[in-house]
Ligand binder design. Structure first.
Ligand code: C2O
Ligand code: CU
Ligand code: CU
Length: 461
């Protein structure tokens, strides 16, 4: 049996080495970019927000006349944007209209463990769950997705994911583009594998998941987007199951990154590329005022995934001044407690500190409001395309203090909830929990998360 499975593994290694890796499917950029709905707050009180999400099945047409079976929140694929303000009381009723278990996790939101939507807050088919919490963090682009054991990877793959926009008081005083759908756009990027009949095919083998043969942006295959020659803001989420993305603009324009996972950065960062691992977000500004070309493509590697069609004369200001974030650095005492997390994977499975996930075991206990230093190592993977892992922690926003012994790159100096640790790397973070309860930490390659690479931390008041 061992021999046969070893032969199987090596065959799949060889198959993966020679198979066409990605994005072979193109549609000609004839569909307008879909924009998720901004969900309406059902409560008229301005200090309270009430929302309803229905997790449901649906049909979505990605390729002309070829409907695919999908899943979505309040629709057939992806979900609406939930807006919430710092200090606001929010309650969200989640109805599970699927015939399998689900949960909804608020990725990046700092709320008590019981409201977090991790694997413990299962919603049975036909049931609902109504968490409520007060938003206690500054403006940021966060997201939500399912997190039940054994169904997370497929539910996300078939469409269950959406964005959360946290706003704060200083939002209005920031001179940032903020007209939704005009100069402020979400870009939810996912690689997907399609069959020739237009259906989505989720395929894994012992190696992991196969990269998709195309890329969707907001659930649209090869979309175009009409914009004016002004400064435009994009809120980019890598919502793929396992692929790292490197974005560029075809005319060589730069991205001015203004926010990381947890909110605005101290200093904007000008860069020709934007790299996001699964789960990570970035907000960027692009100045199109001086661009004379009619179209600029957003590229993934060298492949266009979104065609930007420019029109009009240059308008608006440069928006050079990006105000400081309000969030102070995480304070740290003289002798912080240190912990080590070793990530290892073999194909589709993985461990943290040699242990496979067990829902009935608390792996770490930490005191509320105590800052600690965590060191995360990736020992890499056997028989995986890459041994790198996006390490994610629930219920907190942390700060990276070093990468391989050096100061972290600028794009990692803001608040983060997910940090990529490549094979052989060592990343140190400063972390503190301000909400009690049980929280997950895991690799955000969803196939790894589901196959052992997750642990639980209990935050004790
Ligand atoms: Cu996107 Cu456990 O999270
Ligand atoms: Cu999370
Ligand atoms: Cu991993």
């Amino acid at each position: 049996v061992l021999l046969i499975s070893l032969i199987g593994l090596w065959l799949s290694v060889i198959f993966n080495m020679f198979s066409e890796k990605r994005i072979v499917l193109s549609n000609g950029f004839t569909t307008a970019l879909k924009l998720p709905l901004l969900l309406e707050d059902e409560d008229p009180d301005p200090s309270v927000a009430r929302y309803t999400l229905n997790a449901q099945y649906g049909e979505t047409v990605f390729m002309k006349n070829l409907p695919a079976s999908t899943m979505g929140y309040n629709g057939s694929y992806l979900g609406p944007i939930l807006k919430m303000k710092q200090g606001e009381k929010v309650s969200i009723r989640v109805n599970n209209e699927l015939d399998e278990e689900t949960t909804v996790h608020w990725h990046g939101l700092v709320v008590p463990g019981e409201q977090d939507g991790g694997p413990h807050q299962v919603i049975e088919p036909g049931e609902s769950w109504t968490p409520s919490f007060t938003v206690a963090q500054p403006a940021a682009t966060l997201w939500y997705h399912p997190h039940a054991l054994r169904t997370t990877a497929t539910q996300v793959y078939f469409g269950l994911a959406g964005l959360i926009y946290v706003e704060d008081e200083s939002q209005t005083s920031r001179s940032l583009p903020d007209e939704y759908g005009v100069n402020d756009f979400p870009l939810i990027v996912q690689d997907r594998n399609f069959n020739s009949d237009g259906s989505i095919s989720y395929r894994t083998d012992m190696m992991g998941i196969l990269p998709g043969n195309t890329v969707l942006v907001n659930g649209t295959l090869n979309p175009y987007l009409d914009i004016r020659r002004e400064v435009v803001r994009f809120r980019v989420l890598n919502a793929s199951n396992s692929e790292n993305f490197v974005f560029r603009l075809s005319d060589g324009s730069s991205f001015r990154q203004i926010a990381t996972d947890g909110g605005f950065m101290r200093e904007p960062l000008l860069s020709k590329t934007l790299t996001l691992s699964p789960g990570e977000r970035a907000e960027v500004l692009v100045d199109f005022r001086e661009v004379s070309a009619e179209t600029v493509n957003l590229l993934l590697g060298n492949t266009p995934i979104l065609k930007l069609r420019l029109s009009g004369n240059p308008t608006g200001e440069a928006r050079e001044t990006i105000p400081q974030p309000d969030a102070a650095d995480i304070p740290i005492g003289a002798n912080p407690r240190e912990r080590v997390f070793i990530l290892e994977s073999m194909g589709i499975t993985g461990t943290i500190n040699g242990k496979s996930f067990n829902q009935h075991r608390i792996d770490e206990e930490i005191a509320l409001n105590e800052t600690e230093i965590w060191t995360i190592y990736s020992r890499g993977g056997m028989m995986m395309q890459s041994g790198g892992h996006p390490f994610h922690v629930h219920g907190t926003q942390f700060q990276v203090i070093s990468r391989n012994g050096k100061e972290p790159p600028k794009e990692e100096q803001g608040f983060k909830d997910t940090v990529f640790v490549d094979e052989g790397e060592e990343v140190r973070i400063k972390i503190r929990f301000t909400q009690p309860g049980v929280f997950m930490y895991h690799c955000h390659i969803l196939e790894h998360e589901e196959n052992g690479m997750m642990g639980q931390i209990k935050v004790i008041p």
